[in-house]
Design a protein around this ligand. Structure first.
Ligand SMILES: Nc1ncnc2c1ncn2[C@@H]1O[C@H](COP(=O)(O)OP(=O)(O)O)[C@@H](O)[C@H]1O
Ligand code: SF4
Ligand SMILES: [Mg+2]
Length: 331
């Protein structure tokens, strides 16, 4: 299947008081039309920096980027600023974790949507207003004809996230990047929003990169998954392969950290330790300080090995049998 978005060898560096550090290293990712691909990893793994790099929205403290992000035959990383502004919203859009930071509190939601439509298409105010009501209906906002007059603070968190999705999708972009779109929502609303994203992706053929720290969200929504740790992809495969037979110890740890209803009374498992800061990256396998399978050979840098449509960055993966969702979580 042709890729709607193809990110190749993306690297992002920040300038810090301690010198230049690398937040994303040699990351490649593709997503096809109508496909939902997961990008999963704990907080601090580099997921948002990756998303912002693709969108051309990196902060000024970024000193360098390299690689490419192809949207058809255009490389987003090489586009002139005015062309990038045009592409954003029309061809590729992003939704953020906290809709209140992305919605303007001073404007009615209907006006925010019509403004987005009119920024990209030559249509009358009337036609744009009709389009706003239609898209709000599509994203399941109750009583959209009245709600267009509401201000963001008058809506619940779940409704605001629906409005964000409406704004992101109103121009029918080929690619949507959703960065932790349901993290601040309760479980029921989270399931509704994920269901909505899947439905809209199917209906419009939108390619979606779904970013989350929760592999459970990926399991519900995505066909393929990229596991990211400390700025690098450490595993890439189908969601079924990841859940049933993970090859990287980090993916296996994330599986055990999936919140589960039947374990609600027990404390949630989390992988011991934390993601290293960019100023103190291990020179060998970056997961080595936290990995229960670490041995001498892991002190060397680990290449991403590709075989049979899967990729894994762990030299020991052939020797290990790691717990997946069936064996590791439910005992
Ligand atoms: N503006 C910045 N300047 C320096 N470091 C940053 C900046 N933004 C993010 N980082 C660092 O980049 C790494 C990845 O961050 P981020 O992409 O936000 O992680 P995630 O989204 O996976 O939680 C972290 O170590 C974070 O501290
Ligand atoms: S290379 Fe070694 S330390 Fe790294 S994930 Fe594999 S077993 Fe663990
Ligand atoms: Mg983030």
């Amino acid at each position: 299947m042709a890729a709607a978005l193809e990110v190749r060898n993306l690297s992002v560096y920040f300038q810090t008081p301690e010198g230049e550090v690398q937040a994303v290293r040699d990351l490649s990712l593709t997503v096809a039309a109508g496909e939902i691909v997961g990008l999963v990893g704990e907080s601090g793994s580099g997921k948002s920096v990756t998303a912002l790099a693709i969108m051309g929205l990196l902060p000024p403290s970024v000193s360098r980027t390299s690689g490419s992000a192809l949207l058809g035959d255009r490389d987003l990383l090489a586009l002139a600023p005015d062309r990038l502004v045009k592409a954003r919203g029309r061809d590729i859009s992003m939704i953020f974790q906290e809709p209140m930071t992305a919605l303007d509190p001073l404007f009615r939601i209907g006006d925010q949507i019509t403004e987005t439509v009119r920024a990209h298409h030559r249509v009358s105010r009337r036609a744009a207003a009709d389009r706003a009501i239609r898209i709000l209906t599509d994203v399941g906002l109750p009583d959209p004809a009245a709600r267009v007059r509401a201000y963001p603070h008058q809506l619940s968190g779940g409704m605001r996230q629906r409005v964000m999705i409406a704004i992101a999708l109103v121009s029918e972009p080929a690619v949507l990047i959703a960065d932790e779109p349901t993290t601040s929502l309760d479980v029921t609303v989270q399931a509704q929003i994920l269901g909505l994203l899947a439905e809209l992706s199917r209906a419009h053929g939108t390619a979606v990169v779904l970013i989350t720290h929760d592999l459970g969200v990926v399991a519900e929504t995505c066909s393929r998954v990229h596991t990211m740790y400390a700025g690098e992809i450490v595993e890439e495969c189908s969601v079924d392969e990841a859940l049933l037979a993970p090859k990287h110890p980090y993916t296996s740890g994330l599986i055990q950290a999936i919140p589960r209803a039947e374990k609600r009374r027990q404390p949630l498992y989390s992988i011991p330790g934390r993601v290293p800061p960019l100023t103190a990256m291990p020179s060998g396998c970056r997961f080595e300080p936290r990995c229960e399978h670490a041995s001498e050979s892991c002190r060397a840098a680990q290449p991403l090995e590709r075989r049979d449509g899967r990729a894994v960055r762990c030299g020991r993966h052939g020797e290990l049998t790691l717990p997946g969702a069936a064996s590791g979580v439910d005992q």
